[in-house]
Write a protein that binds this ligand. Structure first.
Ligand code: WQD
Length: 330
């Protein structure tokens, strides 16, 4: 299979590329390197530098002929999306429409979207399945839902099918150390914890300790990026075999609290990890955990690497490797 990954030089894209390469698929990486790293791109991939807003460039690369595309080129910081909506509407909505329309024009009929649990907003029941209402509480979540809706329409109007993969909390790193790139200035919990453990950040804040959860801190469904990557392979096969659409959650179905992540990180790293308990972060639900019944039924997918130990240990290995040679005062 020939597959083109838009945003393929990023954290998730790199792991997805590795998964396709492992089964000898032909992989193209299209990335503007605004956050992805050229060094993340495996030598066996064909790299195309470009921006999804550059219609001519997208058209040029798509004209090479692809069996499927994977769209991972959206901005993903929920908090930032509320402060910089133009950045998110331009890239996530307009940019995605360029991809969708150019795929239809180039007769690339199989489209895999990196979507997000953020489309659900505040959960009204748990675990969250795909029938759960979609009421995003941040603009980022809305942009993902908007892209899904456009995919649904284009699939009605043209010969075009898609799978939307609603990731829960992506975490962890490739167990064989094939991906060593760190995210710049992360906001997500696990990289923040790792930065404190590695001495890249003096301390961290725990947003809320008064939730109705096991220990008062927020609970999320962390899913290992290797599990996520496998979901993309299965989605591509599903499209080529069935020519049908599918919207599906990818989550471990296992909730972990901030405190549990912190305690595991202290145990695995042997570091103190200075954390201060502060007020809740606006817009945060207490608990968000996926039902992955549909992914198992339709794709044969289930999380295998998403234990808290695997997620924390694989991430710590990468942070240690990246900070081994830095002196304390550097
Ligand atoms: C997890 C938990 C925080 C940082 C976001 C996006 C979502 C998706 C995944 C892309 C929460 C707590 C965090 C910190 C903390 N992105 N926390 N201190 O908010 O569940 O989801 O990333 O698809 O769309 O919204 O992830 O890692 O920010 O937070 O206490 O410094 O950790 O309150 O309970 P979140 P997160």
């Amino acid at each position: 299979m020939k597959v083109l990954l838009f945003g393929g030089a990023g954290y998730i894209g790199t792991h997805v590329a590795l998964a396709f390469l492992e089964r000898n698929d032909t992989v193209g990486i299209f990335d503007n390197l605004s956050s992805g790293l050229r060094s993340n791109v495996d030598e066996h991939c064909q790299f195309y530098e470009g921006d999804i807003l550059n219609r001519e460039r997208v058209r040029e690369v798509l004209s090479e002929g692809w069996d499927a595309v994977v769209h991972l080129a959206a901005f993903k910081a929920a908090g930032e999306s509320m402060l910089k909506p133009f950045k998110y509407s331009e890239n996530n909505i307009t940019g995605s429409l360029v991809l969708i329309t150019e795929c239809v024009r180039a007769e690339v009929k199989n489209f895999i979207l990196s979507s997000s649990a953020a489309v659900y907003g505040e959960p009204t029941y748990l675990p969250v399945d795909e029938k759960h209402p979609t009421n995003p509480t941040n603009y980022y979540g809305y942009t993902k839902l908007c892209i899904e809706e456009n995919l649904k329409w284009y699939s009605k109007l043209k010969e075009f099918n898609y799978v939307a993969l609603r990731y829960f909390n992506a975490a962890g790193y490739d167990g064989d150390g094939r991906m060593m790139g760190l995210e710049n200035n992360p906001a997500n919990l696990i990289p923040v914890v790792m930065e404190v453990a590695a001495g890249l950040r003096p301390n961290m804040l725990v947003f809320g300790k008064d939730y109705d959860t096991v220990d008062g801190t927020g609970v999320r469904d962390y899913v290992h990026v290797t599990d996520l990557a496998k979901g993309h392979l299965l989605a591509a096969d599903y499209l080529l075999e069935n020519h049908k659409n599918l919207v599906v959650n990818l989550g471990s179905e296992y909730g972990l609290s901030v405190q549990q992540i912190l305690d595991t990180a202290r145990e695995i790293t042997g570091k103190e990890i200075d954390a201060q308990y502060v007020e809740r972060r606006p817009g945060d639900p207490a608990k968000l955990v996926a039902s992955s019944t549909l992914a198992k039924k339709e794709l044969g997918w289930e999380a295998e690497y998403s234990s808290v130990e695997s997620i924390v240990a694989s991430t710590w290995k990468v942070y240690q490797a990246n900070t081994k040679n830095t002196t304390i005062n550097s």
